[in-house]
Write a protein that binds this ligand. Sequence first.
Ligand code: GDP
Ligand code: GDP
Length: 438
Amino acid sequence: MAKPIVAVVGRPNVGKSTLFNKLIGQRLSIVEDTPGVTRDRIFADCEWLGHTFLLVDTGGIEPKSDDVILAQMRRQAELAIQSADVIILVVDVREGMTATDKDVASMLRKSGKPIVVAVNKCDSIGEPPAEFYEFYNLGLGDLYPLSAAHGHGTGDILDAVLEHLPENEDPDYSEEYTKVAVIGKPNAGKSSLINRLAGEERVIVSDIAGTTRDAIDTIVENEFGKYVFIDTAGIRRKSKVLEKIEHYSVLRAYMAVDRADVCVIMIDALEGFTEQDSKIAGYAHEAGKACVIAVNKWDAVEKDDKTMMEMRKKLEKDFSFMSYAPIVFISALTGQRLNRMFETINEVKQSNEMRITTGRLNDLLGYCTARVQPPSDKGKRLKIYYMTQASNKPPVFVCFVNQAELFHFSYQRYIENQIRETFGLTGTPIKFIIKERD
Ligand code: GDP
Ligand code: GDP
């Protein structure tokens, strides 16, 4: 199911980041954070009264001159209007209503999107200050006093957000369909791939009437199975302007990752690896999804018999945080090796769903600890009593040990690699939970 999106907009220094952090404060992540990917996190899951939505910080405004701020604010608001289901506009009661606030409010009002106005820095409990009421002039209806710093008022704001959240508008695909998200930078060739698949096979384009987002999924059935390619490229109503904004394409990727079983991370072979690729791939990794790296435009690369191996080696380094992901070299244009891509999609999906019995895991554990002695510190040696798989999609293994800090990363890595080798877990992140037991 696609999570609804709630965007936070507002001038610099009104307290957006403070609010963002307050709202996601209790977020629990199943999959460990990826170094280098989460530093400038702009989305996070937020839960309130049993509803989960994706909170988006549209951020990124450098307080320069007023003109620049206004221009950036407009872009920020445009982004929110295009992508969000509900928008929280944050204003600052200490500064009062500014011309920029008014301008942005008018854009937001015209969009018809539900807006929740949070009047921040109302720090004292009780009646808000007189300045609070001037924000009614924004013409956006109810105002919510907030002190993001202290946390007062966040509950009412979340209640207001929930009131406006859309019903689940996702089409239900039956289990037999593998949901695939093709994610990657603008111009990597995502729409070309999907258009090509759509051209060759029986395709139903599901147009979800009356939705706020223009998701168009493509159904592909072929000798490899049944697939739904989740719309990430905005094939029909591609907004060229927005597509150029990294924030927007990353957000699209993130939304699609959420709904997918398998993520195909598409790299442009002509450009090679970029930071944005690693960020996008990082979301798939964090979300615990099965992954395939597809190097596209292979037809256009000048190559000899070593080129593929060299590129593979380089990508393995670039994507070292997901070294489990198989790499395929394809051409959306010529259709080269798309069969191999489908086979790989099936493989990684199977790994992601795999369940391994406790008996087989512990046989392997016995073999591993006999072959490489567990680490020890100050005369105390790590004992792994037993291991069991707690869940799948992605596989999560719980290890019961005598002392958690003895279970060094390198030994975990060793066990992980042995599990991968033995059970053929390619293309899926796996996760360990270490529990102490006497
Ligand atoms: P952003 O630029 O909109 O993301 O604003 P920040 O969250 O970075 O906050 C800007 C400044 O306002 C920081 O110094 C915060 O500590 C302060 N601030 C944020 N929320 C509140 C609040 O509720 N009350 C007060 N007094 N200060 C706040
Ligand atoms: P998207 O933004 O990721 O959806 O990328 P597009 O599908 O719009 O493709 C961007 C450009 O790359 C277009 O000009 C395509 O024709 C070109 N392109 C896509 N796939 C291939 C490919 O496999 N080989 C070559 N040579 N060009 C490609």
